[in-house]
Design a protein around this ligand. Structure first.
Ligand SMILES: Cc1cc2nc3c(=O)[nH]c(=O)nc-3n(C[C@H](O)[C@H](O)[C@H](O)COP(=O)(O)OP(=O)(O)OC[C@H]3O[C@@H](n4cnc5c(N)ncnc54)[C@H](O)[C@@H]3O)c2cc1C
Length: 400
């Protein structure tokens, strides 16, 4: 019998790194951040850096939401290709959003380095593989546009991909800027850093109601206690879709599988994160502890009763697909899991005020590069609070 965990790999690997009390009394704070995942961790850090008094709450333990399930590939590349995004919002605007992704990766590196956060952060390259001959036609068009906007790309032919990575494809875009990280650990370490300099954190603190119509917004907790704040910043991930009437994302399940340690792959593979043009796409990378991680097989179908069987079947499919792309690999599964995932109509996040709530800002980094968007949210939120414009605000606004 093979016993597998239902928990995501990062949680099992790291355990609960830091626990915080639940809130059992009324509280007043300058800024209330709701959500202690990677987005809440980054956002609250930016607010602390700017001198605000910050309280962060989460209904679960810290980073137990999507941030414990993510494969944490940090990409400037958006789920919607640059040429498609250009058709939607104009070429210069689309290129601005893509360039913001590159900058976000460097910003995160600088943050991790300067605070010496132990979170497995590694700068990598990214390889976007054409899974079919037909896909290689549009991928080449995509490459040309990215090249024009100086996004640090090279085209690799199918034979060059095989020679460098041992992978089978129909050509690929190689991007020089990407990274990977353990987002669960990063969220914990960053929150802990800010707790040490005065941020207040409560986990297992459930909200029943948010009141934003009064000049000072407040939340009513399930304990009957209230928190009053001057501003609320909502970093509540995919669950935010339940709070909003505006349809900001389509939600589905994505599946991930990680190998045992000591996987044999060449150095180029270790230095690169991969995804492909299939629909749904396959994404993969090595981990800092010597494993290979694959994700994909996204589907809207998920019946709780059959979750274990669906997860195992999806994991088998992911491994088979990997073996077709990387025939030399000997992948022995160690853990598999699934998580909710959401995409927006243009691949861009929702960061800013929703007309549905006063005195509240949202940082919703949806999509395949949600974490890179959350990094961008740090600067946007601080600017918005200080009434300063930000060049990305119009692209990430609600009601677009
Ligand atoms: C399998 C998988 C693979 C992925 N791969 C990648 C990838 O490679 N790269 C990438 O960038 N992204 C990836 N993602 C997406 C990424 O995980 C998310 O973008 C990211 O984790 C979102 O972080 P978050 O902090 O916004 O959300 P979460 O981590 O879910 O945090 C939100 C928090 O808010 C809390 N909360 C919600 N509502 C309330 C409430 N009412 N009161 C109190 N607390 C509340 C939740 O408990 C939760 O802890 C992947 C996701 C999955 C599932």
């Amino acid at each position: 019998m093979r016993l597998r965990t239902f928990e995501s790999f990062w949680l099992v690997k790291n355990g609960i790194l830091y626990s915080y009390p639940s809130l059992q009394e009324d509280l007043k704070t300058e800024i209330l951040v709701i959500g202690g995942g990677i987005t809440g961790a980054l956002t609250s850090h930016a607010l602390m850096e700017s001198g605000y008094q910050v309280t962060l709450i989460d209904r679960r333990d810290i980073a137990m939401g999507s941030s414990s399930a993510t494969t944490s590939m940090l990409q400037y590349e958006i789920d919607v290709p640059l040429y498609e995004l250009s058709e939607m919002i104009g070429e210069e605007s689309a290129a601005t959003c893509y360039r913001a992704g590159v900058q976000a990766i460097f910003n995160l590196k600088q943050l991790v380095d300067s605070l010496q956060l132990d979170c497995g952060f590694e700068m990598k390259e990214s390889l976007y593989l054409a899974h079919s001959k037909k896909a290689s036609t549009w991928l080449r068009k995509e490459f040309k546009l990215r090249e024009k906007h100086e996004l640090g790309v090279k085209w690799l032919s199918a034979s060059e991909v095989t020679a460098r990575y041992g992978m089978i494809s129909h050509g690929a875009i190689l991007s020089e800027v990407a990274a990977s990280v353990d987002a669960y650990k990063l969220a914990h370490e960053l929150i802990q850093y800010n707790v040490k300099r005065g941020m207040t954190v409560y986990d297992q603190t459930e909200i029943d109601q948010i009141v934003t119509t009064t000049p000072q917004p407040s939340v009513l907790l399930s304990t009957g206690n209230t928190i009053q704040a001057e501003k609320i910043i909502c970093c509540t991930g995919f669950e935010s879709t339940k709070m909003l009437k505006e349809k900001v994302a389509d939600l589905f399940y994505t599946y991930a599988t990680v190998s045992e340690q000591g996987i044999l792959v060449n150095e180029q593979v270790k230095r690169t994160i991969f995804w492909n043009t299939a629909n749904p796409y396959l994404y993969m990378r090595t981990t800092d502890d010597g494993r290979f991680l694959i994700g994909g097989e996204d589907s809207a179908f998920n019946i709780p009763l059959f979750q274990q069987r669906i997860k195992e079947r999806k994991s088998d499919i992911l491994i088979k697909k990997l073996e077709k792309i990387l025939p030399e690999i000997e992948f022995i599964e160690d853990f598999s899991w699934a998580g909710t995932f959401g995409t927006t109509k243009d691949g861009l996040p929702y960061i800013g005020a929703s007309p549905e709530f006063d005195n509240m800002l949202f940082v919703l980094g949806f999509g395949g590069n949600g974490i890179t968007f959350s990094v961008q949210g740090m600067e946007l939120v601080v600017n918005m609070l200080q009434g300063k414009p930000h060049p990305l605000a119009k692209f990430y606004r609600f009601g677009r």
